[in-house]
Each structure stands twice: as structure tokens, then as C-alpha cells.
Design a protein around this ligand. Structure first.
Ligand SMILES: C[S@@+](CC[C@H](N)C(=O)[O-])C[C@H]1O[C@@H](n2cnc3c(N)ncnc32)[C@H](O)[C@@H]1O
Length: 251
């Protein structure tokens, strides 16, 4: 498969030096290795390498969702790929699913659900965050409807029982349990992201009688350094991120 003008491509030099760029004629990509003419990228097959002005080479790769997310500007804490992958599965994300999200933050959740084919309405109270999330998604060609309002207002904006799933990452989420419940269809899954144990307890109390508390969990990731005769866990990396609570709406 060849790179066409306007495609997003990942310029991969090494693990630490990789950059998502749009292949536009006449533009250049500059790095510590010199300059790469994007004209030279257009027409290449994904997986081939290209040459910088210094003679150094980089690979041209088709971006994954992870590459896309790590190209985003961040104005808030974000949910990481290890946690987003499980969220997408638990929410049953897929084409045609109407998903409610709050808050948009930097757009990581919105982008993930949109990437999986969901039709997403993302609620965000802070205009400056909404703007960053919207820009992030526009830059990579993902479409989501952003709403500058509290997630608690979703049933007023979209009507009762209009969503197939919900993802909630806001401060004090227990305050919005009722709004999320009203916005969801019967039996629909909801994923709440929380950073502390006591918040899980508060959410469980608030959701009693409205949702089944399916499970709460933490996703741990252990990276490995693979070298012949010395393969072992990496000594640095992401430690704690947060907890998921997965619920299902009931009557
Ligand atoms: C940690 S960020 C969300 C990050 C997002 N999950 C991501 O991965 O990019 C939390 C966001 O929730 C927004 N927020 C707080 N209360 C809200 C509410 N009631 N409704 C909608 N957004 C809210 C904040 O302004 C903030 O942008």
C-alpha cells in the first residue's frame, strides 16, 4: 500500500524519535537528523525507508490508534492506551454504537471510541479543553460531536435513553450518575474512570438501584526489555494510572 498525498504517516527513526505528519507536497519535516522532504514520502510503500538530508534513514509506517493518541496536545490528565483498549471492549464499541462521553479532556477517549466506529457525543464544561480535544481530533480526521455542557445535561440535550454506552472521566462522577442513567438505554454499559479507592466507594453508593456494579479493576502493564541472554522487565515506565468501574444500567 502506497502513501498518498494527505495521508497521515508515522516517520519512525527509533523508539524515542517518531512523529506523525501529514504527507503534503512541498512540505518538509525537520529533525536532529536533518530535513526530510515529504515529496519523497508520497508514493512510497508503507514499511519502506526514506532518507534525510544528512543521509540518515527513517521508516514510513501507517499510524495505529496509539500513534494517533500520542500525537495529541494534552491540557489534562489522559487515559492511556492500556486502559482505553479494555474500555472499548467493555463498552462494546463498534460501528453504529452511540456513545456518550464526559469530559472530553484532551480527546483520548473520544478518539478511541470514534476510531472503533462509534458515533460519539463528548461533553466538556471547560471551553479551553473542548477546543484542544476538538483540534486534536480534527488534525487526524476523526469526527466527534463536542458539546460545551456538563455530562449531567446529556438527557436534556439528546433525550432520555439515546445512548448505547457511556465513558465518564470527570471530577466527582457520582454527581452525574443520574444524568448518565437517564441518557443510557436499558442494560447499556458505562465505564467510570477514577483515581482513588474512596472515589470507587462513593460511586458504588451513588449507583445503587440504577446500575449493576459489574466490576472494578486496575490494568497493570509491565514492559520488557528484550536482549539476548538478558531479557527482563524494564526498570522505568508508567506505574499507576487509575481504576475502571464497569456498570450496566438497570431499572
Ligand atoms: C481528566 S480530564 C478527561 C480526560 C479524557 N478522559 C482524556 O483521556 O483525554 C477531565 C475533564 O472533565 C471535565 N469536566 C469536569 N466536570 C465535568 C462535567 N460535569 N461534565 C463534563 N466535563 C467535565 C474537565 O474540564 C476535564 O477536561
Amino acid at each position: 500500500m502506497e502513501v498518498r498525498e494527505g495521508d497521515l504517516v508515522l516517520i519512525y527513526i527509533d523508539k524515542r524519535r517518531k512523529k506523525l505528519v501529514k504527507a503534503i507536497k512541498g512540505k518538509v519535516f525537520g529533525s536532529d537528523l536533518g530535513v526530510l522532504k515529504l515529496d519523497d514520502v508520497i508514493g512510497k510503500r508503507y514499511g519502506e525507508s526514506v532518507e534525510f538530508s544528512t543521509g540518515a534513514r527513517a521508516y514510513i509506517l501507517k499510524p495505529t490508534l496509539e500513534d494517533v493518541l500520542f500525537s495529541f496536545k494534552r491540557r489534562t490528565q489522559v487515559i492511556y492506551p492500556k486502559d482505553l483498549g479494555l474500555m472499548a471492549i467493555k463498552l462494546g464499541a463498534g460501528p453504529g454504537k452511540r456513545c456518550l462521553e464526559g469530559g472530553s479532556g484532551s480527546g483520548f477517549v473520544a478518539a478511541t471510541l470514534s476510531w472503533f466506529g462509534c458515533d460519539v457525543a463528548s461533553f466538556e464544561v471547560r471551553k479551553e479543553h473542548l477546543y484542544v480535544a476538538k483540534r486534536n481530533l480534527e488534525e487526524v480526521g476523526l469526527r466527534v460531536t463536542f458539546v460545551n455542557a456538563s455530562i449531567g445535561e446529556a438527557p436534556e440535550v439528546y433525550g432520555e435513553e439515546s445512548f448505547d454506552a457511556a465513558a465518564v472521566d470527570v471530577g466527582d462522577p457520582w454527581k452525574y450518575v443520574d444524568g448518565v442513567w437517564r441518557a443510557l438505554k436499558g442494560g447499556a454499559p458505562a465505564a467510570f474512570w477514577l483515581p482513588t479507592y474512596n472515589q470507587l466507594e462513593k460511586l458504588k453508593e451513588a449507583s445503587r438501584g440504577k446500575f449493576i456494579w459489574m466490576e472494578s479493576l486496575e490494568v497493570n502493564e509491565r514492559r520488557l526489555k528484550v536482549e539476548k541472554g538478558a531479557t527482563r522487565p524494564e526498570q522505568t515506565g508508567i506505574t499507576f494510572t487509575g481504576f475502571w468501574a464497569f456498570l450496566r444500567k438497570v431499572y
